[in-house]
Design a protein. Structure first.
Ligand code: SF4
Ligand code: SF4
Length: 175
């Protein structure tokens, strides 16, 4: 997940680092709600004050990851095993030479653009939650308090933007 700060040499994926550096979407909650942790990683996650989402079956932390800032991992050297091992389908195909880097970057840019479009319509929550949840909460709250045609228009545009983003994530990134 995510990419190193621009001034650090990417060591985990020499063939895919250009893509991940431009992306970082797997850290944002757009593709997954949680990221699994190894048991021995729990103390480090607690020290970083990650929002833990552990249950009787597995240890995990909630996404979006608070260590992801400006599309970069701020703890790159100390990131977790899932962070260094995860590769979306787009990255795998790019590294295999099945998708040219330029096309892969275009797909990432499209998802980022659509994400920004949705974000501009949905006020952020504190603490942050995945954009899908924040959008659902925003629609639920506005539905309850605003019967105006103006909101109905905004609502329709937001639902359409969410649908476009969902397809772009699924088909473009193949998480
Ligand atoms: S979503 Fe894929 S391309 Fe983007 S940072 Fe994660 S692994 Fe890299
Ligand atoms: S620790 Fe770094 S790589 Fe892992 S989810 Fe957080 S920002 Fe992404």
């Amino acid at each position: 997940m995510s990419a190193p700060p621009a001034n650090e040499a990417p060591e985990a994926r020499p063939d895919g680092s250009d893509l991940c550096t431009a992306c970082g979407l797997c850290c944002t909650g757009l593709l997954f709600d949680v990221a699994p942790l190894e048991e021995h990683e729990l103390p480090r996650a607690e020290k970083l004050r990650l929002p833990l989402a552990c249950n009787r079956y597995h240890d995990a932390f909630s996404l979006p990851c608070p260590c992801h800032l400006d599309r970069k991992c701020t703890v790159y050297e100390a990131r977790f095993s899932v962070c260094s091992s995860y590769e979306c389908g787009l990255l795998r195909r790019c590294k295999a030479g099945e998708v040219p880097l330029g096309e892969a970057l275009s797909r990432v840019e499209r998802v980022l653009r659509l994400t920004d479009d949705v974000r501009a319509r949905v006020p952020p929550l504190v603490p942050p939650r995945p954009l899908w949840d924040e959008a659902r909460e925003h629609i639920r709250r506005r539905d309850a308090e605003d019967p105006s045609p103006a909101w109905q228009g905004e609502r329709g545009a937001l639902v359409a933007a969410l649908g476009e983003l969902r397809i772009a994530c699924r088909e473009g990134l193949d998480p």
